[in-house]
Write a protein of this length. Sequence first.
Length: 116
Amino acid sequence: MKKSPLLKALLLVAVVYLFTPADPEACAHSHALPSSLAATAQAHTFGFRGPEFVLDGKPFQIMAGEMHFQRIPREYWKDRLLKAKALGLNTVGTYIFWNALEPEPGRWDFSGRNDL
């Protein structure tokens, strides 16, 4: 299957986002990485060469799944992500249920299961 330039660009943005450490100063509701993850966090390069993606200069195939964090209690997130990794996934997407985060125009709720 031939990928369009737009699809390549969108996938590139998605993967770069996943591999880029978050800036805690940019989000008032951020949480620090656990020390076990912070110690292994490093800069990566991502792009594409011909028809394939490359991560740190090596061919990379995206194996993706989804996790709807608002439907899963926070205490189970790590377990679910580790299970996804055990299945061979290297990318996890999620939906953000905007109607839950902004139940009324201009009124935001980042409490409970909305704490992304």
